[in-house]
Design a binder for this molecule. Structure first.
Ligand code: AHM
Ligand code: MG
Length: 333
């Protein structure tokens, strides 16, 4: 049996890769790990709310109102960032506007974090995997002042680190700080994330495709052609691929990272920009995909090159195994 490497040990060891690192990013990543453990614990209790602990909106025995799980997760991460001291401001799916922290310590923080605290919210009530997605940037505003909108609206290629936490049959944290991708599984018996998937590489191709095919008739022809290709005996594999759609982006993405596959959320007639948000869903996963040898595009352009204009901006997403994304793009005109 080899020695277990915990996430904290790994982060410390990796700090040496960055000659001028002062430890702030390491502390921030550790704060994220602690918050995700708390959220993981709460997610594991999700079925008890409503049926045993009382419905959302009810007041529990401590006199606290039961909150929706995505709000609980949002508060947990915000608290970690606000009191951690490394972050001057955040933006999240749960907040219409970004939040600039006002304490002196926070104003001296070098980083901003953009995150989706609990993605796949329609799956919470039915006990299907959900996830957290996060993206970290250096602020562009002056240290010592409050965070600004410009700090939040940076291109994905400026990301310093990004990751996701998957609350699946086990809880996993996967992250990159620009030198490959590593995955850690939470061992609940010791409360530590342990290195379980070192140096993750996305297979160059695969035979799994994930898309909400309910939308197929309102997609552009190129998307319809690609899905027909996936289902055809005339494709590169000589047999139809398997369709797999969980409806939780983190879970669908993670499966494709390991097995090889493509995830598509294209624009539709009713929503030309698709559904997914650039800043805290597409950019972080695009950074991870590329670091693992995969690809992430809108079908036409690289996700990480997009200049953001709004916090909750949506973009179409084609992400996964390189050859599969390239093939899909070749059919769009
Ligand atoms: P959410 O942030 O409101 O949960 O929406 C994002 C989710 C993704 O996790 C998932 O892939 C997609 O929306 C599912 O959308 P649809 O129900 O349209 O297939
Ligand atoms: Mg989401």
């Amino acid at each position: 049996m080899s020695k277990v490497t915990t996430l904290s040990e790994f982060i410390m060891a990796k700090q040496a890769d960055f000659p001028f690192a002062t430890g702030e990013l390491s502390r921030l990543l550790n704060d994220i790990a602690v918050a995700s453990k708390i959220v993981s614990r709460d997610v594991r209790k999700a079925g008890l709310v409503d049926h045993i602990l009382g419905a959302q909106g009810d007041v529990n025995v401590q006199g606290e109102e039961q909150q929706k799980l995505d709000v609980v997760a949002d508060n947990q991460f915000i608290k970690a960032f606000e009191y951690g001291g490394e972050v001057c401001g955040i933006a999240s799916e749960e907040n219409d506007d970004f939040v600039a922290f006002t304490s002196e310590i926070s104003k001296n923080g070098k980083y901003v974090v953009l995150f989706d605290p609990l993605d796949g919210s329609s799956n919470i009530d039915v006990n299907v995997s959900i996830g957290t997605i996060f993206s970290i940037y250096h602020r562009v505003s002056e240290v010592g002042t409050e965070a600004t909108l410009e700090d939040m609206l940076q291109k994905g290629q400026e990301q310093i680190a990004a990751g996701y936490v998957l609350y699946g049959s086990s809880t996993m944290l996967v992250y990159t700080s620009g030198r490959g991708v590593n995955g850690f599984t939470l061992d609940p018996s010791i409360g530590e994330f342990c290195l379980s998937h070192p140096n993750m590489k996305m297979p160059e191709t695969g035979r799994l495709y994930a898309m909400n095919e309910g939308n197929i008739n309102i997609c552009e022809k190129g998307v319809q052609d690609y899905i027909a290709y996936c289902q055809s005996y005339e494709n590169d594999k000589g047999a139809p691929y398997s369709g797999r759609y969980i409806g939780s982006l983190v879970a669908d993405f993670h499966r494709n990272m390991i097995k090889g596959g493509i995830y598509i959320y294209p624009g539709t007639n009713s929503a030309p920009e698709g559904r997914l948000r650039l800043l805290y869903e597409c950019n972080p996963l695009a950074f991870i995909a590329e670091q693992a040898g995969g690809l992430a595009t809108t079908g036409r352009e690289r996700i990480l090159n997009i200049e953001p204009h709004r916090l909750h901006q949506r973009v179409p997403l084609f992400i996964g195994s390189k050859q599969m994304v390239e093939k899909a793009m070749s059919l769009l005109h």
